[in-house]
Design a binder for this molecule. Structure first.
Ligand code: GLP
Length: 263
């Protein structure tokens, strides 16, 4: 896994936005996998700015979100569809028909999940999947113990995740206990994965993800099997990594290579 350590959350957002913007410029019809949570907010704000100030064009981009709470509709301010509309989609020139978020109020969840997987395939697969990480090391809502081969399905949230996400709800009892989530297997099929993490509360999960053994107990660790996974971290989230110095050297060599042989 490539590890990029930035000084703070703003720099993480800038670097992540550069990865996304480069892809959108190179491939205007690309398929983006998107995440919710507080971590990608800076990335979305920067994409909105790039659209406004530099004309970054999303008109033919297709998106798939990782997950959605069961029971919440698109107009519910706590739903992930609402979050995406408010923080990104309504501020860029994306075609709403090209934005996909699982339907938390689907009548038949099994067929809805199968259809979501099929739609991803029909669009040619995800080019770049943006990911945050739960404090227990989950990606999307693939809680500890999730199969590393799992596909889009319903998942019961752990009490730790319910507690972590309670800050967005009026009362703890309002946090849904079930979610639809892409599986670990679905995520691993993306051509590139970009994991973002900021703050001390993610340091343990990042250490387990990057340097721990691959285990279903930390579903993000499955990214070690991915041929193109990049972690963009701030200093606090990277603080427990043992091989930080090496990751810095790798990035330094990479920069020198990009500058050409005589730099
Ligand atoms: C939820 C989401 C994840 C997200 C995680 C961390 O569990 N399903 O996709 O990565 O929260 O959220 P935050 O970025 O707010 O810490």
């Amino acid at each position: 896994m490539r590890v990029i350590v930035e000084s703070g959350p703003n720099e993480v957002a800038q670097t992540a936005a550069q990865f996304v913007a480069r892809l959108v410029r190179r491939r205007p019809t690309c398929v983006l996998g998107l995440a919710t949570g507080s971590t990608p907010l800076g990335l979305y704000a920067e994409l909105v700015r790039l659209h406004r100030d530099e004309g970054l064009d999303f008109s033919r981009v297709v998106t798939f979100n990782l997950d959605e709470y069961v029971g919440l509709g698109p107009n519910d301010p706590q739903s992930y569809r609402y979050f995406m509309n408010e923080n990104l989609f309504h501020h860029i020139n994306i075609d709403p028909r090209n934005t996909h978020v699982p339907d938390g109020r689907a009548l038949d969840f099994e067929s809805h999940c199968e259809q979501y997987e099929r739609l991803i395939q029909e669009e040619g697969g995800i080019d770049l999947q943006v990911l945050g990480i739960g404090s227990d090391g989950h990606i999307a809502f693939n809680e500890p113990g999730s199969s590393l081969g799992s596909r889009t399905r319903l998942k019961t949230l752990t009490s730790e995740t319910v507690q972590d996400n309670a800050r967005f709800f009026a009362r703890l009892e309002d946090v849904p206990r079930l979610a639809i989530t892409m599986g670990v297997g679905t995520i691993l099929e993306s051509r590139q994965c970009l994991v973002l993490a900021c703050g001390q509360s993610k340091a343990q999960a990042i250490r387990a993800t990057v340097e721990g053994p691959v285990t279903a107990q930390v579903t993000a660790s499955a990214l070690q099997f991915h041929r193109s996974a990049i972690a963009v971290l701030d200093e606090s989230a990277a603080s427990l990594l043992e091989r930080r110095e090496y990751y810095r050297e790798v990035e330094e060599s990479q920069r020198r290579l990009e500058q050409g042989p005589h730099a």
